[in-house]
Write a protein that binds this ligand. Structure first.
Ligand SMILES: Nc1nc2c(ncn2[C@@H]2O[C@H](COP(=O)(O)OP(=O)(O)OP(=O)(O)O)[C@@H](O)[C@H]2O)c(=O)[nH]1
Ligand SMILES: [Mg+2]
Length: 363
């Protein structure tokens, strides 16, 4: 999963990136720092893996991973030039956006819109995503209309369907409705998928707060969001978290205890990301590896097998499933089987978070 960190200039994107990835990327604003893209891979903390590793002594333990990208926006983002060109190209391959919203006071850091106003900044960023998509749909409309004039009769019906879909989505965007909450049929959705629209991607709002003072939240901002739009939200004091992330584990634990911060920002951001994207983890165990796999909630067993290896879809026979808690209690799979906690499930079984699964496949 790839999450693009975006936000207004100087909102703290790189600091958030450092906090999440234990990184040390430059935030001084010195030459070049704001144009450099940073990539960081984060292992998703999962205490179940540690317990299972104690039970199985595997050669390796493989947590799920999230890739965070710190995507520097153009200076002009707050001055209505928008998300265009290379910046857009990078953003369209992310799976979701973490939108950093400045909520910290710091007179030394200039706000591009002068005053501190999280609601306005969030609306600006959401608006930029919508504008960027609108532009894509406008260009697509022109191209399709142009192409229709030159098309052979046999090609026309497909182009008409495409054009109708593009115009429908464009109409929605003009009303400020993100693509992901527009009512589209499956075939319409398949057509717009080709355009990799930014408003098709889930958004997690990260309020970058001061260490003290009250945490902001979405509700009291009273945003006028279109029906059905759900935003994930999380607060973090990025500067502090970035400093903690560079300490040794012991030192960090000590500081957190002193500051009364129990969970790291990373844990909270990841939990919010999973909830917002509707992701769960299933687990596989064995002497070679104990591993977590992230999949969409509601996925069927056969499709889940395909995340391990694409051949497993065709060769799927059945899945042996035991919930993590049961396996932990029973001590091993054989005992789980004896106690009836291990179930044999077919293709359409809906995988649950924490299922420990052994796929029986014919490949
Ligand atoms: N007080 C305080 N300052 C912060 C916080 N987060 C970031 N800053 C400061 O704000 C400035 C900008 O932070 P960056 O992380 O570079 O912001 P950015 O969004 O990556 O900036 P650009 O990439 O230049 O757009 C730096 O001087 C940070 O130290 C915070 O939580 N509290
Ligand atoms: Mg930056």
């Amino acid at each position: 999963m790839d999450i693009g960190i975006i936000g207004l200039p100087q909102s703290g994107k790189t600091t958030v990136f450092n906090a999440l990835t234990r990184g040390n990327a430059d935030t001084s604003g010195a030459s070049g720092s704001a144009t450099e893209m940073h990539l960081g891979v984060v292992k998703v903390p999962d205490s179940r893996l540690e317990v299972l590793s104690g039970m199985y002594n595997p050669r390796k333990v493989v947590p799920a991973e999230i890739k965070y990208w710190d995507v520097p926006g153009p200076e002009s983002l707050a001055k209505s030039q928008g998300i265009v060109g290379r910046y857009r190209n990078i953003l369209q391959s992310a799976d979701a956006f973490l939108v950093v919203i400045r909520a910290f006071e710091n007179p030394a850091v200039v706000h591009p819109m002068e005053t501190l106003d999280p609601g306005r900044d969030l609306e600006t960023m959401l608006g930029e995503l919508t504008f960027a998509d609108l532009e894509v749909m406008e260009r697509a409309t022109e191209r399709l209309e142009d192409g229709m004039n030159k098309a052979k009769p046999a090609e026309r019906p497909a182009m008409v369907r495409q054009l109708e879909t593009v115009k429908k989505v464009k109409g929605g965007l003009e009303e400020g409705i993100p693509m992901r909450v527009q009512q589209l049929t499956d075939s319409e959705a398949a057509i717009v998928e080709n355009y990799q629209l930014l408003t098709g991607k889930p958004v997690i709002v990260a309020f970058n707060t001061d260490e003290d003072g009250e945490d902001p939240s979405l509700e009291p901002l009273g945003l006028d969001l279109p029906a059905g739009v759900q935003l994930g939200e999380v607060c973090l004091s990025a500067k502090l978290e970035a400093e903690l992330a560079l300490m040794s584990d012991e030192e960090e634990a000590e500081f957190r205890a002193d500051l009364g911060l129990d969970e790291s920002a990373l844990t909270r951001v990841i939990r919010t990301s999973y909830a917002t994207l509707g992701l769960i983890s299933f687990l596989t165990v064995g002497p070679d590896e104990v591993r977590a796999w992230s999949v969409p909630d509601g996925i069927g067993a056969q499709e889940a097998a395909g995340t391990i290896h694409s051949d497993f879809i065709r060769g799927f026979i059945r899945a042996e499933v035991i919930p993590y808690d049961d396996l932990h209690r029973c001590g091993n799979i054989a005992q789980g089987r004896k106690e009836g906690a291990l179930r044999s499930e077919g293709k359409t079984y809906q995988v649950k978070d924490g299922d420990v699964i052994n796929f029986l496949v014919n490949v």
